[in-house]
Design a protein around this ligand. Structure first.
Ligand code: KIV
Length: 265
């Protein structure tokens, strides 16, 4: 299998081939996803919730992201690795934005970075692209704005919001982003955005007309039960399997069933 790159993103949209993306935060999961043939792996700042146990993504730092991106990159041969820029890592200045994104590439071994926001972050996107750092945008329910949105709510239902999102997508494309994640927006709006721009859209809770799809791996494998958004499809119930395996292990220790002779030196 060939390496999936920014060029593969563009080629996929041109050829009408859908792009697959999943999140990973550690070496062994990233290795499994890569072996299974996923096109791209996002080291999302959802790390804060599904791995670090925070309530939202706001406490995740650039050092957290670099630490986990490094681990993921070590497990990947073909998929494109995208490092998420966490809250405040691209809001203070252009200089800090480039330094932080540069660390995700240089220390984390990511191939690209993802930033949340539209027209308000265009100067950062332009500066990153000028610095030869590929950028994915992220519009709709951008979790770093949870306090501004007043909760995790579907975005773009109101006409003004929807119009702004179409404009945001066009501006991101013009600034040099090579793809845009669309999170939790009405399917019709995602379709309109996807048809209005040449770069691929990657949907999460944005319906089937996006050029690709992304899910949080812990959600689709049934490993994270604090809450499950409507847009998640569970492809496995590893949570149940893990609980059962651990219960069996504990009881086999008590009953003297484990370890057997074959596990013994
Ligand atoms: O942090 C993340 O995992 C994300 C995806 C949900 C798109 O941004």
């Amino acid at each position: 299998m060939n390496k999936f790159t920014t060029t593969s993103f563009a080629k996929s949209k041109k050829e009408g081939r859908k792009i697959s993306m999943l999140t990973a935060y550690d070496y062994s999961t990233a290795k499994l996803l890569d072996e299974a043939g996923v096109d791209s792996i996002l080291v999302g700042d959802s790390l804060g919730m599904v791995v670090l146990g925070y309530e939202n993504t706001l406490q995740v730092t650039i050092d957290d992201m670099i630490h986990h991106t490094k681990a993921v990159a070590r497990g990947v041969k073909n998929a494109m690795v995208i490092g998420d820029m966490p809250f405040l890592s691209y809001h203070v200045s252009i200089e800090e934005t480039i330094k932080n994104a540069g660390r995700l590439i240089q220390e984390g071994n990511a191939h690209a970075v993802k930033l949340e926001g539209g027209t308000e972050i265009i100067p950062q996107v332009e500066a990153l692209v000028k610095a030869q750092i590929p950028v994915i945008g992220h519009l709709g329910l951008t979790p770093q704005s949870v306090n501004m949105f007043g909760g995790f709510k579907v975005q773009g239902k109101v006409e003004d919001q929807a119009k702004k999102m179409v404009e945001d997508a066009k501006q991101l494309q013009k600034a040099g982003a090579f793809a845009i994640v669309l999170e939790c927006i009405p399917e019709k709006l995602a379709e309109l955005i996807s048809k209005s721009i040449e770069i691929p859209t990657i949907g999460i809770g944005a319906g089937k007309y996006c050029d690709g799809q992304v899910l949080v791996t812990q959600d689709m494998l049934g490993m994270f039960s604090n809450f499950t958004p409507k847009f998640v499809k569970k492809y496995a119930d590893l949570g149940d399997s893990i609980r059962k395996a651990v219960t069996d292990y504990c009881s086999e220790i008590q009953n003297g069933v484990f370890p057997e002779t074959k596990h013994t030196f």
